[in-house]
Ligand binder design. Structure first.
Ligand code: ATP
Length: 789
């Protein structure tokens, strides 16, 4: 019972298993294919000239004395005989092109769906051409090949000649419409254009005196010219005898006007374009946009980087322990005169749930009131009573197992529930009380609050969250911002900076340990959020998922600022520390992000040791529906974090309660040890990476912008040099100063403010660099000299 989850065999993540050739092998195989295709091409071409001479040699392949006339000798003769005579006839010429293209594709290491598409269309063409030639040239087997002939024969037996003809016609229409995107309008347009060209030709060939539309023919019968068709073979409308010397003079301008009119009609037809059609064409030609292409060879971490943690044997609980606990429960309840009708045990990794159905007439409220007494009588730490279990009508008593089983991260990662999870940001937290793997989608939560006293498993919990995402997501799809005031817990992730981390443009460390930087990062995230909303608005979609789908389908033009948007997960360890030092400055942007960021793929995970009300304020709590409580020290803390008690009764070491609104689920958090995280990050870090960490929009602190009335004497010693750098580069950014003058972030920010006060750069403009108001060095000198006067 309850051992299903454990039995599932370890599986490597799906993407890690995919068959891939190394780059060198691709080059070798690619060139082989290209050369082979050239050989085939020459064989086929020369076969048409030499086949009769070489026919007798087909059976003499092994005979070294015999020489074939084919350019590639007996090989060429045999292969061509096979492909052309026995195969598809003339259509076989397509094979060398397909093979050559495949070779080139491998040689240049191209990606996308173009290759498969070419093969499918190539084969359709081969079959269609071969049947068509078999139909029209029955006597010439070298045109349609035996396959074409036989297929024709076969089809004609069932559908007759007309049926096959119609079938071929349908094939032609199918190819024209699907491959060349031909529409009936194209046909009409084509004929119209033809007509135009005939008319203009006629015009240019017409005699010089074109003022008259009535032209005398040899037999003196006037021919009326149709102004649109310009055909001179239309009979006259009136057959009356023409009046001598009567001519209808049409002013030249009018004729020209008619010509211009015809040209305009043509243009209107051509202007009908549809972005969707364009997008479809792009997708047809290049395949869908693949965000992972830049790191196309990225390999997902393998499962052997994770340890079993001795959990291979599964849950160990013996019958005696079960029996003992059952008796204790029954006896204790009997002491309070509560009879039990039924009792059932579900064994979990750390606790066993005893579900009780009380005898008829026992009021649940009575049991509820006795909660503490029952816990005392059972005399075990970590007993939690759930009366009643929501939706079941039974009472649950959770009793810790004597020997808790460690739930290894490995066991949850390999579980089919996680592997098959069709979620945006799947997280395998651990196992439930019934030993099922518990997987949730961070994108749906959409933000998470985590609390627990020191040493109860918070850091392990955070690592489990990050590890889950590392096992499921490509670096192009998700970016982390890690805030770690303790400076030790998350530093392990430094190695994956250029794969998975995002940071401010001018910061050196990707993992943020300085509280001031947290404020800037949060504000920068707010700018990123606003930018993303703007993009969503332009794309007319409601959320990041729709946006990215549209972008992948090439319906959004990168020239309009569109780009693939990765999810951003902000993890803050030790939030209490942060809010104590920075207060409102962090609370406001966090609340703003929490309220608005769900649709645009920014998700927050906040962990704290002290879940007191001044840390987890009302506004934060209201926006973090998903909460996790590890063991806390008091009932009050439990209430603060979960709005319910229970977290104080947990047993620690990863024993946790999870709620996403109403129901509270007890889980055993998956355990991932520091060496395992190290191995995973080293595995990822050793692979090819992006040139730098994902860059967040630049944000310059508001506080530095407020003191705009800097005294000249208070200016930084580097002020003048900074001004020169900015004016020469014509770019007002603090990061530029940091780079060029080797300044720290804060000092560069201060100088920028002083430059603003001096009127050298414009005001702060969000993610964009400030405008430089001084055009050149001469103007700068003038400005600074004037100040001194
Ligand atoms: N899921 C788990 N399974 C088994 N043991 C665990 C689990 N989580 C934590 N532990 C044990 O508890 C110890 C402390 O865990 P962890 O470092 O995560 O605590 P913490 O809450 O982050 O503490 P602090 O706040 O002081 O950093 C771990 O070293 C480990 O031995």
């Amino acid at each position: 019972m309850a051992k299903k989850g454990r039995k599932s065999k370890p599986k490597t993540p799906k993407k890690g298993l995919s068959f891939k050739l190394s780059n060198q092998n691709k080059i070798i195989l690619g060139s082989l294919l290209m050369l082979f295709s050239v050989a085939l091409f020459f064989s086929f071409v020369s076969f048409y000239f030499t086949w009769q001479d070489d026919q007798s040699l087909l059976t003499e392949f092994a005979n070294r004395n015999e020489q074939a006339k084919n350019l590639l000798n007996k090989f060429g003769a045999s292969v061509s005989h096979l492909f052309i005579y026995k195969g598809f006839g003339l259509a076989s010429m397509i094979f060398p092109f397909l093979l050559g293209y495949t070779g080139l594709y491998m040689f240049l290491n191209l990606k996308g769906q173009g290759l498969l598409r070419k093969w499918i269309w190539g084969l359709i063409f081969i079959i269609w051409i071969s049947i068509s030639l078999g139909f029209f040239a029955t006597t010439k087997p070298l045109l349609g090949g035996i396959v074409g002939y036989e297929m024709n024969d076969f089809l004609q037996d069932y559908a007759g000649k007309i049926g096959v003809l119609l079938l071929l016609l349908f094939g032609l229409i199918f190819i024209l419409v699907r491959l060349f995107h031909f529409t009936p309008e194209d046909f009409i347009h084509y004929f119209k254009a033809k007509k135009e060209s005939i008319s203009s030709e006629f015009k240019s060939n017409a005699p010089e005196d074109e003022d008259t539309v009535a032209i005398e023919k040899d037999n003196d019968v006037p021919v009326i010219l149709d102004p649109y068709t310009h055909k001179n073979d239309i009979p006259p409308i009136e057959k009356e005898e023409p009046i001598d010397d009567f001519e209808v003079n049409v002013p030249t301008e009018e004729v020209i006007e008619e010509d211009v009119l015809a040209m305009e009609v043509e243009k209107i037809v051509e202007e009908q374009e549809d972005t969707d059609i364009l997008a479809n064409k792009l997708v047809d030609d290049f395949g869908e946009f693949d965000p992972t292409l830049e790191l196309g060879n990225y390999k997902f971490p393998t499962i052997d980087l994770l340890e079993q943690h001795g959990a291979a044997g599964g849950i160990t609980i013996n019958q005696e322990e079960l029996e003992e606990n059952k008796n204790k429960i029954v006896d204790t309840l009997k002491n309070y005169k509560i009879g039990i009708a039924q009792i059932k045990a579900t064994i979990g990794p750390t606790v066993t749930l005893y579900e009780i159905v009380p005898e008829a007439g026992v009021r649940i409220s009575k049991i509820k009131n006795l909660e503490d007494d029952i816990a005392l009588s059972l005399a075990a730490l970590g007993i939690r009573i759930i009366a009643p279990i929501p939706g079941k009508g039974t009472i649950g008593i959770e009793v810790p197992n004597k020997n808790a089983t460690v739930v290894s991260m490995r066991s949850v990662i390999v579980s089919s529930k996680f592997q098959k999870a069709e979620m945006e940001l799947p997280i395998a937290f651990g196992k439930t009380i019934s030993n099922e793997t518990f997987v949730v989608d961070l994108a749906k939560m959409p933000h998470m609050l985590m609390a627990g006293a020191t040493g109860q498993g918070k850091s392990v919990g955070l690592n489990a969250v990050i590890t889950s995402l590392l096992y499921k997501k490509h670096p192009a799809e998700v970016k982390f911002i890690l805030v770690d005031p303790k400076k030790v817990e998350l530093t392990l992730y430094n190695k994956i900076e250029r794969h998975f981390l995002a940071k401010l443009p001018d910061s050196e460390e990707a993992i943020i340990t300085d509280n001031n930087k947290v404020i800037n990062t949060l504000n920068s995230l707010c700018i990123e959020m606003d930018n993303r909303y703007e993009l969503l608005k332009l794309a007319m979609v409601r959320n990041i998922k729709e946006y990215n789908t549209k972008y992948k389908a090439r319906k959004l033009n990168p020239n309009d600022g569109h780009k693939f948007l990765p999810y951003i997960v902000l993890v803050i360890d030790e939030f209490a520390d942060l809010i104590m030092t920075a207060g409102k400055e962090v609370e406001t942007p966090i609340a703003r992000l929490a309220q608005l960021a769900r649709a645009i793929g920014i998700h927050l995970i906040i962990a704290t040791q002290r879940p007191s009300v001044n840390v987890i304020t009302g506004i934060i709590k209201a926006n973090f529906p998903a909460r996790i409580a590890f063991r806390v020290t008091s009932k009050i803390d439990s209430r603060t974090i979960l709005d319910a008690q229970g977290a104080d009764q947990l047993i620690g070491r990863g024993d946790m309660l999870f709620t996403q609104g109403n129901e509270v689920t007890r889980l055993q958090c998956a355990f991932v040890d520091t060496p395992e995280v190290e191995k995973i990050t080293a595995y990822i870090g050793a692979q090819r990476a992006y040139p730098q960490a994902h860059e967040l929009p630049e944000y310059v602190g508001e506080d530095s912008g407020t003191s705009i009335d800097y005294e000249i004497s208070e200016r930084d010693a580097m002020f003048r040099e900074a001004a020169e750098v900015i004016v020469i580069a014509q770019q007002g950014s603090a990061s530029l100063l940091q780079r060029k003058l080797k300044l720290g972030y804060n000092r560069a920010g201060r100088i920028i403010d002083q430059l603003e006060a001096a009127g050298i750069v414009g005001p702060f403009e969000g993610s964009k660099a400030r405008q430089v108001l001084v055009p050149d060095m001469i103007a700068l000198d003038q400005l600074l000299n004037n100040e001194l006067k």
